[in-house]
Design a protein around this ligand. Structure first.
Ligand code: PLP
Length: 383
């Protein structure tokens, strides 16, 4: 009777570490929690200001439009035009989402899965892709990724016959958990394969604007293709995780129309006041520029401490994660315990798939002062 996926009760690797961290906290230890990518720096202040003004002016709170107000869609479309040079028609190419997670989770609902076509996911990836496919009983294929493949699937290693099985291909660059990126050529090749074998590239791009030197390539750079759907969010870019504001974009009007249709009865319309704050945030690039600099500064100091302890660091120039391994430590759990011994809680790589074994992810979207404390503790790691 119950969805078999929900019945599969597993103790998730993160739950084990979190329990250990809770025990330390209960003992009065000052634990630095580096497990969740939830920025602790202040939300963009003008966004907060605009929500206050809206609330004062609107004593009656009504249902939001399921796809976002016209003003919201225009703001997203203008942002896409001025930052990526792409023309998105506000009503047919864009709609609002509550952050990006719910839209990512719900997207497979658009398709019929009875023909055996598959959702393709990297073997180290954001767990929501798999959770969603399995909840909707969509067949999954895990594409092996390793440090040798740069933590992205090797497209050339997949045969034409295999590509025929793909319906959705999840691409996440900058990548959570590794913070690695693909270049424009990779995306172009993938889109050409999508055209040839009739599948959709689901591009999860919530970290695209958090870069150090140069903005990484993304689907919005490919306005001439309608084979992608982009999931964007203000959560990381504008430190607005609590607001739940994001946007889905694609020039594929057919897919967008069906996605809109399937979302409408679910009740995922973004609250109007959050859209108002969202408009303010999409319209401003200065605060994102400041965040980029702040993350770059944090990255530098934490990277130095980690390197001086002999860690191998992958990526680490985008988003706000470090993905690490250590030549003297084999398993993710051992690495987590090493940090926990100094009251630092980090995420085992196995949370992101079995191929994450031997790695950990640490977040650095923590306040500047906390970074120094972190570096002091890293210096004391017993390794
Ligand atoms: C890769 C990736 N995609 C999507 C999300 C969802 O974020 P939000 O729903 O806040 O936009 C996250 C959050 O951590 C993420 O890491």
């Amino acid at each position: 009777m119950i969805n078999p996926y929900l019945k599969e009760h597993k103790e998730y690797p993160l739950a084990v570490i979190k329990r250990k961290a809770e025990k330390l906290k209960a003992e009065g230890k000052d634990v630095i929690d580096l497990t969740i990518g939830d920025p602790q720096e202040p939300t963009f202040p003008q966004a907060i200001q605009s929500i206050k003004q809206f609330m004062d002016a609107h004593p009656v709170s009504q249902y939001p439009l399921a796809t976002g107000s016209y003003q919201y869609l225009i703001a997203v479309s203008n942002w896409a035009k001025s930052n990526y040079g792409i023309e998105l028609e506000p009503i047919t190419h864009v709609f609002s989402s509550n952050g990006s997670k719910e839209a990512i989770f719900l997207f497979p609902l658009v398709f019929d899965w009875s023909d055996g076509k598959e959702v393709w996911i990297s073997s180290v990836s954001y767990p929501v892709y798999e959770a969603s496919a399995r909840t909707f009983s969509a067949p999954i294929r895990k594409l092996k990724v390793t440090k040798e493949t740069g933590f992205f699937p090797d497209l050339a290693a997949i045969s034409s016959q295999e590509w025929e099985k793909c319906r959705l291909f999840w691409l996440n660059s900058p990548h959570n958990p590794t913070s690695m990126i693909v270049n424009g050529e990779y995306i172009q090749d993938l889109l050409a394969l999508a055209e040839k074998h009739d599948f959709i590239v689901c591009s999860d791009e919530c970290y695209n604007e958090l870069y150090e030197d140069e903005r990484p390539a993304c689907s919005l750079d490919f306005g001439d293709s309608d084979r992608w759907i982009a999931f964007r969010s203000l959560s990381k870019r504008s430190h607005m995780t609590g607001f739940r504001v994001g946007a889905v974009m694609s020039t594929n009007t057919e897919i967008m129309a069906y996605f809109r249709l399937c979302r409408s009865p679910i009740g995922v319309g973004t609250p109007t006041f959050n859209q108002v704050a969202g408009i303010t945030a999409w319209n401003d690039e200065n605060h994102v520029q400041i965040s980029r600099k702040q993350y770059a500064a944090k990255r530098r100091v934490i990277r130095q401490s980690l390197e001086s302890k002999g860690f191998d660091i992958y990526g680490g120039k985008h988003g706000f994660y470090f993905w690490l391994s250590h030549p003297q430590v084999q398993s993710s759990d051992e690495l987590c315990d090493l940090f926990l011994n100094k009251n630092i809680c980090v995420t085992p790589g196995t949370v992101f798939g079995e191929d994450g074994q031997g790695y950990i992810r640490i977040v650095y979207c923590i306040p500047r002062l906390e970074c120094q404390k972190l570096c002091d503790r890293i210096a004391e790691l017993e390794i």
